[in-house]
Write a protein that binds this ligand. Structure first.
Ligand SMILES: [Zn+2]
Length: 486
């Protein structure tokens, strides 16, 4: 057996003020580099599984860009064509395994993953088995299913099961390539748009029940495509996906049953967090017990395409005079550069954040002390097995009126507690931690937090979907309609 593995991904927030260009893609051209790129560890999983079977595995390349706005056409076509050329050069193949995101939009391409999968199918012919692993924040459609043999999505949000799903996909495609299995897929449109947090009810039980179906009664794999609600494309919406053993009708029935079950849970599963003032009041009402309250600024999540330089929460904290707080991470490479030049212990004036557009708010003019400097800082993103290393770039800790502000130079969301502890901050001494992240912080912070509070804040990622000025999303769905099936 000869396998090709590679991929290309980003999550496109069509409302983001940032474009995605070719330099925004972190690229791995060797297997050793792949784990340094987000979700690139899947390549190592596939390579190891191939080796265990004595099969040949060709690694092409893998690229992933931190989520932002639409990908410019030239960047997308250049990277896509490079991947296709690698596949062409590797022919003849038995299996192609791709890691993509599922919500990548480029100029002229509403659905980059389907475009790539269709071109791969055209290259390799009908006999080669094609498997695709996607982030659950993806948009799926029948055209994608038509050209793939199996599609597996992450099941957990936070995405702690990236490698586990890579194993699942490899096993499905390997069995198909060996002629031992004939996977059949079906999709069901849940007619809803939302954000679903899997560690908490009702989603925890939903995902557990979904996984309990697998491996029984001809059901090979089931996935929930949560959708990425900040992509203004016609496909945007929540879908269920089922893969069965050579039984399309059963796949359709399983997908429909799961979809209707989720739809029935919509009011409990899709929750809009309280506005910032209310969320802060809740956070500060808790008595200090030697563990911090963690407040998530969900609107300025770099992982959803936000600039991560908005000033709304920090401005409010400074106005309120709240002390003993730490906030991460403000993306401001200019301030990082100035603080690194000034050195630790220096008091200096900075114009911080608010630089990327109206959704970032106004910049803050502050007198700060440089408390720490860390070149090429990294953080750890907990996974079911180990952790992924994530680069934050050169980073500094600035202190202003009792607030420690972590400022970084490579835009990324908060995933691990290292963004604070690297600077020697003792989390047990902090009353409040503010993290710019929607949910990926959860795996690392739930064990150290007294409470976790999500806040709806002004900014790029509006959680009130009804108020997002969509032009192209099909809104014959919940929450625009209470019962779009009715
Ligand atoms: Zn995701």
């Amino acid at each position: 057996m000869k396998i090709f593995c590679g991929g290309l991904g980003t999550e496109t927030n069509t409302f983001s003020p940032l474009l995605t260009g070719i330099r925004d893609f972190d690229m791995a051209h060797t297997l050793a580099d792949a784990p340094n790129v987000i979700y690139g560890s899947t390549m190592v999983v596939w390579h190891n599984m191939a080796q265990q079977r004595g099969w040949q595995c060709v690694f092409g390349s893998y690229g992933f860009a931190q989520p932002a706005g639409i990908t410019v056409r030239h960047a997308y076509e250049t990277l896509r064509d490079a991947l296709l050329a690698q596949i062409q050069a590797a022919l003849p193949l038995d299996m192609v395994l791709l890691t993509m995101h599922g919500a990548m939009v480029a100029e002229g391409y509403d659905d980059c993953e389907t475009d790539i999968a269709q071109r791969v199918r055209a290259l390799v012919g009908p006999q080669v088995k094609i498997g695709v692993e996607l982030d659950l924040h993806c948009e799926l459609d029948q055209q994608m299913l038509d050209v793939c043999d199996a599609i597996v999505l992450f099941k957990e949000y936070p995405h702690i099961d990236v490698d586990a799903r890579a194993v699942e996909l490899f096993n499905l495609i390997a069995a198909a390539a060996e002629g031992k299995s004939r996977p059949t897929m079906a999709l069901y449109d849940c007619r809803m748009v939302g954000m679903y947090l899997t560690p908490v009810e009702p989603m925890r039980s939903y995902v557990d029940a979904m996984m309990a179906l697998e491996g029984k009664d001809g059901v090979l794999s089931v996935s929930l495509a949560h959708s990425f609600p900040w992509a203004d494309v016609p496909l945007t919406g929540t879908y269920t996906l089922a893969i069965t053993e050579n039984d399309p009708a059963k796949a359709a029935a399983v997908a429909q049953a799961l979809g209707r079950k989720l739809f029935a849970l919509r009011h409990e599963a899709i929750v809009t967090p309280p506005q910032l003032d209310e969320a802060l009041a809740q956070a500060l009402a808790y008595p200090f017990t030697g563990k911090p309250v963690v407040l998530a600024d969900t609107a300025d999540n770099a992982g959803g395409g936000a600039p991560s330089d908005s000033t709304f929460v920090l401005r409010k904290l400074l106005q309120m005079g709240v002390k003993n707080v730490a906030l991460a991470m403000m993306w401001d490479p200019i301030v990082v550069q100035l603080a690194m030049a000034a050195g630790v212990g220096t008091r200096m004036s900075v114009r911080l954040g608010g630089k990327m557009g109206p959704a970032s708010g106004d910049p803050l003019d502050l007198s700060v002390v440089v408390r720490g400097i860390i070149p090429n800082m990294t953080q750890l993103w907990p996974q079911l097995n180990g952790a992924m290393v994530n680069a934050c770039g050169d980073s500094v800790c600035l202190t202003c009126d009792g607030i420690d502000i972590i400022v970084n130079s490579k835009r990324t969301q908060v995933l691990g507690i290292e963004v604070f502890t690297n600077f020697g901050l003792d989390l047990k001494q902090k009353r409040l931690l503010v993290v710019k992240s929607n949910q990926h912080f959860y795996a690392a912070y739930a064990p150290v937090a007294a409470h976790i509070i999500y806040a709806t804040v002004e900014g790029t990622l509006n959680r009130d979907f009804v108020r997002i000025p969509y032009q192209r999303v099909n809104r014959h769905k919940y929450p625009w309609l209470e019962d779009p099936f009715g």
